[in-house]
Ligand binder design. Structure first.
Ligand code: SF4
Ligand code: SF4
Length: 369
């Protein structure tokens, strides 16, 4: 099974990590069992977020039950290989002692004060005194980015936390490639997290090679395009075909984890038939799949278009009950105020029929009620 060094962090992990979104939608007992199962199978990278409701707490419980360690001791002396270099085989495990697991979380805070508060909450929820990576989450626009890196911005709090030994490395996540390109140019982050799937392959040509050249670690999120892609095996094989990145796949049940882990263990390349199938699926979704880039904004009615267009994935990922209580819900309801003016359509690079998709998604949601 392939391992990768996560850029200049020096953290060496398996190329398939565990994403913390889906465990929100099952009971706590089920969630803890799933994460513990993944840890016992060998997973050594777990990603979660302040915004994933119960995810941090549940992961914290599973880490305890699995008896693994989280901490900086194992980092020492590891930062010598460039990003993307992969040993042919996994290095031998230490002969004794608990296994080391890398844990990352993130916060959408934009100011230093809010980021500090969120980091402390994350540590408390996970019941840890150290996190390997903490990221500025969902930095949606260039204006958000400027706020994050400005004096008094979120990055300042993360640098202070690093100096205090509360975190090891800083990262950034965005659905917008130019934000990540700017972050790479500025050189302020050790890790980037980017959407990468066969419906969103663009990072393969842009930020992934750039990050590799700059020795910045790459986490590939949404390998199933946020739940749009039903053929998990195919989707995962595609994401894993990009060398040097850690692919984050979240699941809520142990048997689903086993299926993903098996694909990873097999490590087999896409067959010509699978490539053909990928092309067919891409064509099917080309005019309905929202890439969450926000180029269509601003909407004069204030409709958060990508949220409304992604409502099916949100229901799939959180369950309707959790979604109704989440910060997404008021935005989804805002979709009813769409006047079908079509201003947004001229700005969408993928030429999506946005008002039609808003209508369809809201109708689907009503029928689900
Ligand atoms: S069509 Fe609807 S979503 Fe698009 S800009 Fe007009 S009001 Fe906003
Ligand atoms: S509707 Fe188009 S422009 Fe708006 S977020 Fe989705 S893909 Fe991007």
């Amino acid at each position: 099974m392939q391992r990768v060094v996560l850029g200049r962090t020096g953290l060496e992990v398996y190329r398939l990590g565990f994403g913390g979104i889906p465990i929100q939608r099952v009971s706590e007992e089920q969630a803890v069992e799933t994460v513990r199962h993944a840890l016992e199978a060998g997973v050594d990278f777990i990603d979660t977020a302040r915004g994933y409701t119960t995810s941090e707490r549940r992961i914290g419980l599973a880490l305890k039950q699995a008896g693994v360690v989280v901490g900086p001791a194992a980092d020492k002396g590891a930062a010598t290989e460039p990003a993307g270099e992969e040993p042919a085989t996994a290095p031998p495990r230490p002969p004794s002692g608990p296994r080391r697991v890398v844990v990352a979380s993130k916060s959408p805070a934009r100011t230093a004060a809010a980021m500090r508060t969120d980091l402390e909450t994350s540590l408390r929820e996970l019941d840890l005194d150290y996190l390997d990576v903490y990221k500025c989450h969902f930095v949606a626009t260039m204006a958000d980015y400027e706020q994050v890196i400005a004096p008094g911005g979120a990055l300042e709090a993360l640098e202070e936390a690093r100096a205090e030994g509360l975190i090891g490395h800083v990262g950034i996540t965005s659905h917008r490639l130019e934000v990540l390109e700017r972050a790479l140019d500025d050189g302020l982050f050790d890790v980037i997290m980017v959407c990468f799937s066969f419906l969103e392959p663009q990072a393969r040509e842009t930020v992934i090679p750039e990050a590799r050249a700059r020795n910045v670690g790459v986490l590939a999120m949404k390998p199933f395009s946020g739940g749009v892609i039903d053929d998990a095996r195919l989707a995962l094989k595609y994401a894993l075909s990009e060398p040097g990145v850690v692919v984050l796949a979240g699941v809520e049940y142990p048997h689903l984890f086993d299926e993903n882990w098996r694909v990873f263990q097999e490590g087999s390349p896409l067959t010509p038939e699978e490539r053909l199938r990928l092309t067919e699926i891409r064509q099917t979704f080309a005019k309905v799949f929202c890439r969450r880039c926000d180029y269509c904004q601003p909407c004069p009615q204030g409709v958060p278009i990508q949220t409304v267009l992604g409502v099916r994935q949100l229901v799939k990922r959180m369950g309707k009950e959790v979604l109704r209580e989440s910060p997404f819900w008021p935005g989804i309801q805002k979709g009813h105020e769409c006047t079908e003016c079509e201003e947004c359509m001229s700005r969408c690079p993928y030429e999506l029929p946005i008002p039609d998709l808003i209508r369809e998604n809201l109708r689907w949601l009503d029928e689900e009620e």
